[in-house]
Design a protein around this ligand. Sequence first.
Ligand code: PLP
Length: 453
Amino acid sequence: MLSNLAARDVETLIHPYTNLALVRETGPLVLERGHGVWVYDTDGRPYLEGMAGLWCTALGYSNEELVEAARDQMARLPFSHLFSGRSHDPAIELAETLKEIAPIPVSKVFFTSSGSEANDTQVKLTWYLNNALGRPRKKKIIAQRKGYHGVTVASASLTGLPANHADWDLPLPGFLHAACPHHYRGAEAGESEEAFSARLAAELDAFIQREDPDTVAAFIAEPVMGAGGAIVPPKGYFAAIQPVLARYDIRFIADEVICGFGRLGTWFGAEAMGVRPHSLSFAKAVTSAYMPLGGVTVEEPLYQAMLDESRKIGTFGHGTTYSGHPVACAVAIKALEIYRRDRIVEGAAEKAPHFQRRLSALAEHPLVGEARGVGLIGGLEIVADKASKRQYDPKAGVAARCVAFAQGEGLIVRFLAGDRIALCPPLVIAPDEIDTLFDRLGRALDRTAEWIR
Ligand code: PLP
């Protein structure tokens, strides 16, 4: 029997990324409030938020300073845009701070309201760049299988997951996908991580040559794949592929939407993974998700090309009403101030070994084929047989069942395609809460194993 709110929900809402048929039977989990790393449902039941919402509420749920920053800006100037040369101080100050903390040279910052819009902007800017440079054929974009870059038409084309393409008439032409850098699934028997990386780089080179390097404009990758299953690339992966991209003058975009702002124990995933991109996409933790905000960094050569185009065409014809929304920018400024003042990034690095130790220990569980992670992100891969890495029939929904058992234990984690489970708690999680998270997850795995028998 669904509660009143749950019954109203299923009659009124389309839920993103939800089994629409199933939710009609089970009803939604209706949350009412949050505090620290805990969220509470309408019956007051607490759940440890082991996913930081959607990989985003890095500072937890009750940060009064962020609330104050939003309130102040709401009262002062709740909206103003950046079109037609209009500006406001929160956007300027935030862009300055982002330029300071970015791990690469940044000329300018362009704001969006989401990660999807940021990656759509990357695609359009890449095309714009090559038109400005007189290279109209150089337009294809290579992403990775299992990569996740969003759901708008271009960013869903970048995404390399079947559910984002099947029956959506995607990807669009000109969007290509290279191999997923997942050693556990992709390596040949006995192949070391380094050898696997070298092989992927050689395969990428051959792929670009087959496509014709004069037609390949950009490559996009997450430093650590999130929605694909918290997949940490093999040792030497980025070091191996970067020379290939440079050889063919291919713009390299790092999608930092999850990894940015401390997730891997460094400000950006690029630093932890040895990535040297031309540009970053960011969103989520930039405001600790208290307000929707994303954006891209613009490198100097791209900015010069944009200026050239602007001289030719006039208006830079891109931007949305909420690009650089002042309340979102004010919250981001405060969030970045807190990250710096409270050593949130350093704190994540300090807590990471404990988190990773507890995660690795789950690899001993009979259902877990691989437990992998870095910093405060982790993933589990459920298998039916550890030796052969055979998976359960996807229809059995084993990882989904485990996530449901975890919810019963008062823990929110996320199941992903391929019987994978992701963990990504708020960066402010305390060491004893890390233990609570893994104790509860261990019990959920045990209950799943009993359920299968
Ligand atoms: N890029 C990555 C790496 C993401 O994880 C996501 C969302 O999870 C996106 C892009 C899309 O961001 P949004 O959902 O804000 O559009």
